[in-house]
Ligand binder design. Structure first.
Ligand code: FAD
Ligand code: FES
Length: 265
């Protein structure tokens, strides 16, 4: 997992905000320093309001970069995200980033990238897909959700979808769909999996990939404060590399992207 260090704190203005699904908005702003230095998997930590509520910044994956423009895909789950999703064009945000490490998509030892996402976990995938395709590799998406309302495919190509209620695509979880299509996917060469989504999905995916000898990286979430390793608000217990015991890491610094072999949950 690659780490970058060109972190800047920027006052930006929302240039567009579009509701793209129930409680989900695509929020864009111009931010040249973040756009220039961001890698797929990085996140930004956003102070959404100059007021005291919410006091702390909120972390968001970088959804896409186009020139100087940075896009965030935000799902409203509480006070900060509902404020962000409801912020009008012209509103100011304080954006710290790019933060965290990145997916190691430029590993030469695979032919097909399989991007597995659940719900809002597809947020980092558009940027990742663009960069992998630019290297001439194949990209397939597996996207899961409880119902069709949870499926977010915006900007993604070659998508296979799964819903638990069968309202769109394959009936079952994203991992059920992967299990169903795995042999066919392997026909187009060796696979590397990149994933983001709810913890139960990531756990099932990690087990599947371990059992089938497929390298897999996952982007994890935790509650965060500073985003830069100061507050110790994002501790996660993980397996040490080489399977030698466990340790506690700061997800904002050593993550959010981890080798799936390190997951303990
Ligand atoms: C590295 C990283 C990248 C992320 N990328 C995105 C993204 O691209 N799009 C997006 O919509 N969300 C993303 N999240 C999750 C997002 O940061 C949280 O949903 C947000 O901080 C919640 O803030 P709130 O004020 O709306 O919720 P709060 O009012 O603080 O809490 C509301 C509820 O959400 C829960 N919650 C709070 N933070 C998290 C969290 N990090 N993960 C899961 N549940 C949480 C709380 O426990 C509570 O139940 C990311 C999180 C991390 C750590
Ligand atoms: S969020 Fe503060 S140390 Fe990670």
């Amino acid at each position: 997992m690659r780490r970058e260090s060109s972190i800047t704190d920027n006052t930006v203005t929302i240039s567009s905000s579009t509701n793209i699904g129930p409680d989900v908005s695509l929020v864009s702003f111009r931010c040249p320093p973040v756009a220039r230095n961001a890698k797929p998997g990085n996140f930004v930590n956003i102070k959404i309001s100059p007021q005291n509520q919410p006091l702390l910044r909120r972390p968001f994956s970088i959804h896409y970069i186009d020139g100087d423009r940075v896009d965030i895909m935000a799902k409203s789950v509480g006070c900060g995200t509902s404020l962000l999703c409801g912020s009008p064009v012209g509103a100011e945000l304080q954006v710290l980033g790019p933060l965290g490490n990145a997916f190691t998509y430029d590993d030469p030892h695979y032919q097909t990238a399989l991007l597995v996402s659940g719900g809002i976990g597809s947020a980092p995938m558009r940027f990742l897909e663009k960069n992998i395709r630019a290297q001439g590799k194949k990209v397939r998406n597996i996207i899961g959700g409880r119902t069709r309302q949870d499926i977010r495919t915006e900007g993604l190509m070659d998508c296979m979808t799964a819903t638990e209620d069968g309202s769109e695509g394959f009936k079952g979880t994203a991992i059920d769909l992967l299990r169903d299509r795995f042999d066919a996917l392997c026909d187009s060469g060796s696979i590397r999996v990149f994933a983001c989504g709810p913890n139960p999905m990531l756990k099932a995916l990690a087990e599947f990939c371990r059992d089938h000898g497929v390298p897999c990286e996952v982007s994890l979430e935790s509650v965060m404060g500073c985003g830069i390793g100061i507050c110790y608000g994002c501790t996660v217990e993980v397996r040490n590399p080489g399977n030698s015991g466990t340790s506690t890491i700061l997800l904002c610094r050593e993550g959010p992207v981890l080798d799936a072999e390190r997951l303990l949950f």
